[in-house]
Design a protein around this ligand. Structure first.
Ligand SMILES: [Zn+2]
Ligand SMILES: [Zn+2]
Length: 103
């Protein structure tokens, strides 16, 4: 998996190494841009499609998007983010979830 966000194959929300699934951070209409830009992360089944997962839980989704945006912006700038993804997640509320840094 080509990712600009993550080096190791672990769930970015809990560190699990079991049954990991590849997630496109900006999905839906932005899935192919995510693919091209390397905005992909590993998630365990619970944090991917489970009830604590980014596809089911808005807070989990926003936590990952906000974190990904910050990383992307520090590498390429805000203008390019907005141009590619059209929405700013910088001020999004993300209680209850935290991305594990350094994975
Ligand atoms: Zn997990
Ligand atoms: Zn996904």
């Amino acid at each position: 998996m080509k990712s600009i966000l993550q080096k190791t194959k672990r769930c970015i929300l809990c560190g699990s190494v079991k049954d990991l699934e590849c997630h496109h951070v900006m999905f839906g209409p932005y899935r192919s841009v995510s693919e091209k830009e390397g905005l992909k992360v590993w998630l365990c089944p619970l944090h991917h499609r489970g009830n604590r997962g980014v596809h089911m839980n808005r807070m989990a989704d926003l936590t990952v998007k906000k974190w990904a945006e910050a990383k992307y912006v520090s590498a390429y700038g805000k203008e390019r983010w907005m141009e590619r993804f059209g929405k700013d997640y910088e001020g999004a509320e993300t209680s209850g979830f935290r991305v594990l840094e350094g994975l």
